[in-house]
Structure formats: structure tokens, C-alpha cells
Design a protein around this ligand. Structure first.
Ligand code: PLP
Length: 351
């Protein structure tokens, strides 16, 4: 059957009452890419897959949760949605609100979101409000507003977001024929690791899969409250999507880690950028810096005894590299400029 988005595909696992209320951009069904060139540089003998969530309609996994959150808002007769965002949530909320006719209000930390994401929220007609503060402060504001005014919160504290995001784990299991042995992903506000774990458990409990993966999350070293065991007041990292000091789903992420026998660790900005470049340069997959945390974690844990040889490892790449072109250009070799003639081009083409 033609792909119609995650709510149509996994309707029985999701909280919507009536299919007529579905607001979809045909999200989901993203590629699961075998990463042979990454496998080749590893010491451990692993089968590595990349779940490329940048291929969603607004360029990140947030669409999986937003289709459910906005469909549910329509079902409930809501008029407006609100979120705080490091960028991708606002892009997704704005797009689904545009499609549904709801109003979207998005609060973003001033100057700290990637340009691609800001342009999306603006183009889709959201009411974009820049806050002189960081993401954690913006989240506190939207919590207070959604508690006291007629507007529905669509951050991942809204359980419908988590419900939708768990469909990525269904797709991974459907594609591989079973759950992987390890699932690696970036951790920011920690909604996604919570969602994947919920999805893996539901498939296992329904008898669709025969095993559960070890959930393996990576935070950015400058924004690693779960790893360091303390809230970070001023989180700093090049990976703006995970620049979060007080994750909303902190405990749920720890549960996913502990129940699955996995771990949550951190990677430095240098390690994130290195993985980001390996993915683009050796696998042909362009993700944003935060997304590369999963593969930075894989490279970091390789050879340490964490992975059992012969295992299958899936790494989620949460968002598309085009979201943040400034960092891509900064971390690449700059192009040479030459005169418009063959000799000068030959001089630098290396033929
Ligand atoms: C939102 C986001 C994350 C963090 O996901 P959490 O659910 O907040 O842990 C990571 N990468 C990208 C690209 C994101 O948009």
C-alpha cells in the first residue's frame, strides 16, 4: 500500500480516535542505510545502520511526534499550539499547524538556532518569538502559558509526541526483521530515547520482535546533565539541537538506559564534528551536528568491549545537514577561486 504517514501505518499503536482527524505530511518511512564504510574503520565486528531522519518532510524526526500531537489537537477542537524549541520542533510545529489551520506560537532562544530551522518556522507562518534566554528558560515559559491560556503544548512533554516518535523503532524493526542489538541516538531533552524505548518494548510485548536493544544515548559534553548528574545552567555546544541543560524526560531516559542495560555518555564538540564529517565524507549522508552524536558515540565505544562482536547497531541521525549550513561550511575545506579557463581549473583540479 502507498505510504500515507506514521498515523495511517501504525494507527493501532497510536492514541488517535478517528482517522479523519489525521494531519499528515506523509512523514516517516525514512531510509535505513547500511554504513559499510563506517563498519570498515571499526575495530569491533558490527553491522551498522543509519536511520536517516533528515528525510522527513521538515528535515527531522520531530515530524513523527508532531503529526500525532497536531492531529490530536484537531481531534480535541484546539485552536493553537505552542512550543519552545532549539529549532526543529518549531519548524515541524509550524508546518503541521499550517497544514491543519491551527495557529502556532514558537519560542526560540535568541541567536541560538540554526538558520535553516528559523527560516522554516517563519515561512510556515508561525508566530516566532525570540526569547533572551536559553532553551530551558523558553520551555519554562511555554509550560506556564499552556497551563493558563487556551493553547496546547507540543513539546515532547506532550505524550502524543512520544507516541508518534516511537514509530521510528517500529520501522527499524520492520526493516531488519527484528530489533537491533544496540540503538544509539543523540540525547537533548531526552524525548526521543524515551520514545524509541517505548516503541521497542511495545513491539517486543506484542511478539513482533524477539529481543530488545541496549539503548545507548550521547549528549554533547557541554550539555551533559544526565551524564554529569547535575543540571547545566549555561549549556554550550556546537550542536544547537541538543544544547539543553535540564532535560524534560531526564528520568525516563535513565529508565530506558537502565532497563535496557545500555548507557548514556557524552562526546566533545570535536568528536561530534569528526563523526559529522565521516558521515558526509564516507557515507554520503549529510546530517546536522547534533545528529552525529549517535555515530560519535559508536566511534567512541568501539574497541572498549561495550559492543559484542556480530551485533547489529542502529544509529539515529535525527536531522538534515542542510538545517545548519554555516557549520558545514565552517568545518569544510574552502573552495579555491580561479579564472574561467581550463589551465587555471587544471591547476587546482588535481587531474
Ligand atoms: C530535537 C533534536 C534532538 C534531541 O532530541 P530529544 O528528544 O530532545 O533528546 C537531537 N537532534 C536533533 C536534530 C533534534 O532536532
Amino acid at each position: 500500500m502507498k505510504w500515507q504517514g506514521v498515523l495511517h501505518k501504525y494507527f493501532d499503536y497510536l492514541p488517535l480516535e478517528d482517522r479523519d482527524n489525521i494531519v499528515s505530511l506523509t512523514e516517516g518511512n525514512t531510509p535505513l542505510i547500511r554504513a559499510k564504510n563506517v563498519e570498515d574503520v571499526l575495530e569491533d565486528d558490527l553491522e551498522v545502520y543509519l536511520k536517516f531522519e533528515g528525510a522527513n518532510p521538515t528535515g527531522s524526526f520531530k515530524d513523527r511526534g508532531m503529526t500525532v500531537a497536531v492531529s490530536k489537537a484537531v481531534e480535541n477542537g484546539d485552536r493553537a499550539v505552542i512550543c519552545a524549541s532549539t529549532g526543529n520542533t518549531s519548524a515541524s510545529a509550524a508546518a503541521f499547524a499550517a497544514k491543519s489551520g491551527l495557529e502556532a506560537i514558537v519560542l526560540i532562544p535568541e541567536g541560538k538556532i540554526a538558520f535553516g530551522k528559523l527560516s522554516q518556522a517563519m515561512m510556515h507562518g508561525a508566530n516566532v518569538i525570540q526569547v533572551e534566554g536559553n532553551f530551558d528558560e523558553a520551555l519554562e515559559l511555554v509550560l506556564e502559558l499552556s497551563d493558563n491560556y487556551p493553547v496546547t503544548l507540543v513539546n515532547s512533554l506532550n505524550p502524543n509526541r512520544i507516541e508518534g516518535q516511537k514509530t521510528a523503532s517500529f520501522e527499524v524493526s520492520d526493516f531488519l526483521g527484528d530489533a537491533p542489538d544496540y540503538h544509539m541516538l543523540p540525547v537533548g531533552n531526552a524525548g526521543n530515547i524515551t520514545a524509541y524505548w517505548k516503541g521497542y518494548k511495545e513491539y517486543y510485548d506484542s511478539g513482533v520482535t524477539s529481543k530488545l536493544p541496549k539503548m545507548t544515548g550521547f549528549q554533547a559534553a557541554g550539555a551533559a546533565p544526565i551524564v554529569d548528574g547535575a543540571r547545566v545552567e549555561n549549556p554550550e555546544t556546537v550542536a544547537t539541537a541538543i544544547r539543553i541543560g535540564n532535560p524534560a524526560s531526564w528520568e525516563k531516559a535513565e529508565n530506558a538506559r537502565d532497563e535496557s542495560g545500555g548507557l548514556i555518555d557524552k562526546a566533545s564538540d570535536e568528536e561530534l564534528i569528526e563523526a559529522y564529517k565521516v558521515l558526509a565524507g564516507k557515507e554520503g549522508v549529510f546530517c546536522e551536528p547534533a545528529s552525529a552524536a549517535s555515530v560519535a558515540g559508536l566511534l567512541k565505544l568501539d574497541g572498549t568491549g561495550y559492543f559484542e562482536d556480530g551485533s547489529t547497531v542502529t544509529c539515529t541521525l535525527t536531522g538534515h545537514g542542510l538545517k545548519d549550513p554555516d557549520i558545514a561550511i565552517e568545518s569544510s575545506e574552502q573552495p579555491e577561486t580561479v579564472g574561467a579557463n581550463v589551465d587555471e581549473v587544471l591547476g587546482v583540479a588535481g587531474l
